[in-house]
Design a protein around this ligand. Structure first.
Ligand code: NAD
Length: 229
């Protein structure tokens, strides 16, 4: 079967990384417009770099959970054609053993040069005066897709969604587009659509099946069911 999995911040919550809209608020009380927009970066580069430097450090101190491991198990079983798309900027899927993860919103592990477009491994602590590894310009930023920018891999994702037998959305509130619209693309074609989340989200009519609960419980259960099929 062709399975397309979309994950959001809920899958990493039990590893200790706060979600986007959780009760503990936006990431550590920062405003989206200050730390997750090109305008915010232009206004205060140091604040934005400090914010992502802290997130990079936070991610290093946590480990993948059973939900990340279950997805890696499904991928590595070789029984199905699994495409893994994540909105997350952490590397917990990779550290659980997943391969070819489509980080549609970028990755904390990388830096991006806004002059030449080069993407390269980020310094652990990024600084305003860092120079690009390729062109040498001091135009380096975190490789994070900010609000108002176009997510990565959109053509490949669109193709995979239209070809999917099953589309599964895990730990995402369905508030951030274009990811929130993926379920409709998959459903319009032929896919069975499944939501695994702590609470039912707004896309009520778009999912043919729902399992509500903690990711570390519902994801391994769902994977075991698929592996038995
Ligand atoms: P969101 O905060 O809008 O939604 C999180 C969803 O996860 C909610 O529906 C919530 O009910 C669910 N959830 C919370 N804990 C859960 C658990 N233990 N098990 C299962 N589900 C759980 O986040 P989003 O939809 O991912 O969108 C926000 C954006 O913020 C994304 O684009 C992402 O790039 C970014 N972000 C990433 C990370 C990360 O990399 N780990 C963390 C926070 C935000």
């Amino acid at each position: 079967m062709k399975i397309v999995i979309l994950t959001g911040s809920g899958i990493s919550a039990e590893s200790g990384i706060p979600t986007f809209r959780g009760s503990d608020g936006l990431w550590n009380g920062f405003k989206v417009e200050d730390v997750a927009t090109p305008e915010g970066f232009k206004k205060n580069k140091q604040l934005v770099l400090d914010f992502y430097n802290s997130r990079r450090k936070d991610v290093k101190s946590v480990v993948p959970n059973d939900a990340h491991f279950a997805i890696a198990k499904l991928q590595n079983s070789g029984l199905h054609d699994v495409t893994l798309i994540t909105q997350n900027v952490d590397d917990l899927h990779e550290r659980a053993g997943s391969k070819n993860v489509l980080h549609m919103h970028g990755s904390l592990a990388n830096a991006l040069c806004s002059h030449c477009g080069e993407v390269f491994p980020a310094n652990e602590v990024m600084m305003v005066e860092d120079a690009c590894a390729e062109c040498g310009e001091k135009t380096v930023r975190p490789d994070i897709v900010w609000f108002g920018e176009i997510p990565y891999y959109m053509d490949e994702i669109d193709y995979k969604l239209r070809d999917a037998d099953i589309f599964v959305s895990i730990g995402t509130s369905g508030n951030v587009y274009p990811a929130a619209g993926f379920v409709r693309i998959a459903k319009k074609k032929k896919a069975k659509t499944v939501e695994l989340n702590l609470e039912p989200t707004g896309g009520y009519h778009d999912f043919s099946e729902r399992k509500i609960g903690l990711a570390t419980k519902v994801v391994p259960e769902w994977v075991d069911d698929i592996l038995k099929m």
